[in-house]
Design a protein around this ligand. Structure first.
Ligand code: NAD
Ligand code: TYD
Length: 336
């Protein structure tokens, strides 16, 4: 199989490429990535010389770049490329719409013309909006996004749906919960707090710290995407969750405990505007229809992840760019 992976220099995309090269040694992967502040070729070190892997630097919202990509023939496309950080989407929503919505639509156009056999849209649980302490979202729950990031992902989902219904395109959408694991850019809460704690700097916990996220190890997510790619039903949506709900405060305490750092590092700061209270997914469909379920124990996965960051401090220092720091300084000044 010849597979396009977009955004393969980011966190989940790079883990997915490693996963596929291991699980499907006969497959050829072409990774197109714009190498934004969040995309780093260091995430793919060791595989750049593989004859089964090719990299194209390109922007999915730029027609010339996408045209160049589609000069070759492919079977599948897995679309990870996106602007992904909710906090940044508060400052630059237009960029989120350009990449996440228009970029996806451009890929759909070319994939349609080139008769791609399967187009997998990597979406998120955030499209459903927020839950209080009870209940779960299933695939038929209404889309009710609250942040510009979530709205851009929900928009991409409905555009994918329209291409599937109108043009009979083989599109499948996956909606996953919060991922953790190696190579996650240290702006997202787990690697951010690990790297802060290692420097004995305060961990800025938004609001009352009681917002809940459902955590899944990135390798379980990759495994689910492969199941969907090979066995998923065209035109369908699949939720993917780890079943590990934790409040941010619980999560922060576990990270500090693993690192042997004091809880006095926790600093409650001004809440994120529009902060979703709780995400939780009903994943019965993917379990029943595709036989997939998450395997990683949360305590083990988190411990391994902390170890990875301890062993890769240089990676953390190297991936932080000036562009990210400009955002960081403004954002956390406003929160404190
Ligand atoms: P990430 O921010 O780590 O990586 C995004 C990648 O996309 C980067 O390599 C970046 O350079 C690339 N990119 C950005 N704009 C681009 C453009 N215009 N053209 C080409 N490449 C571009 O993100 P991630 O956490 O790996 O998320 C990957 C996908 O999974 C996203 O679509 C995201 O919405 C979805 N998702 C993420 C999570 C999570 O917890 N991280 C959960 C559910 C779904
Ligand atoms: P994040 O990793 O940004 O993912 P998302 O917003 O997509 O779920 O944040 C996870 C949770 O951690 C979210 O409830 C916001 C919270 N958070 C903080 O309390 N402080 C921080 O500095 C960050 C980055 C996140």
């Amino acid at each position: 199989m010849r597979v396009i992976v977009t955004g393969g220099a980011g966190f989940i995309g790079s883990n997915f490429i490693r996963y596929i090269l291991k699980k499907k040694p006969g497959w050829d992967i072409t990774n197109i990535d714009a190498l934004t502040y969040a995309g780093n070729l260091a995430n793919l070190s060791g595989i750049e010389d593989s004859p089964k892997y090719k990299f194209i630097k390109g922007d999915i919202s730029n027609p010339e770049d996408v045209e160049r990509l589609f000069e070759s023939e492919y079977d599948y496309l897995v679309n990870f490329a996106a602007e992904t950080h909710v906090d940044r989407s508060l400052y630059e929503p237009g960029l989120f719409l350009k990449t996440n919505v228009l970029g996806t639509q451009l890929l759909l156009n070319y994939a349609l013309e080139k008769r791609i056999k399967r187009f997998i849209q990597i979406s998120t649980d955030e499209v459903y909006g927020s839950l209080e302490s009870e209940g779960y979202f299933d695939e038929s729950s209404p889309l009710s996004p609250n942040s510009p990031y979530a709205a851009s992902k929900a928009s991409a989902d409905v555009i994918c749906r329209s291409y599937s219904r109108t043009f009979d395109m083989p599109v499948i959408i996956t909606r996953c919960g919060n991922n953790y694991g190696p190579y996650q850019f240290p702006e997202k809460v787990i690697p951010f707090f690990i790297t802060k704690a290692l420097k004995d700097e305060p961990l800025p916990l938004y609001g009352d710290g009681l917002n809940v996220r459902d955590w899944i190890h990135v390798e379980d997510h990759c495994d689910a995407i492969l199941a969907v790619l090979e066995k998923g039903e065209i035109g369908e949506v699949y939720n993917i969750g780890g079943g590990n709900e934790r409040t941010n405060l619980e999560l922060t305490r576990i990270i500090l405990e693993i690192l042997g750092k004091p809880e006095s590092l926790i600093k409650f700061v001004k809440d994120r505007p529009g902060h979703d209270r709780r995400y939780a997914l009903n994943c019965d469909k993917i379990k029943a229809e595709l036989g997939w379920s998450a395997q990683m124990d949360f305590a083990d996965g988190l411990r391994k992840t902390v170890e990875w960051y301890l062993n890769n401090k240089k990676w953390c220092d190297d991936v932080i760019s000036g562009e990210y720091m400009k955002f960081y300084e403004l954002h956390y000044r406003e929160r404190s």
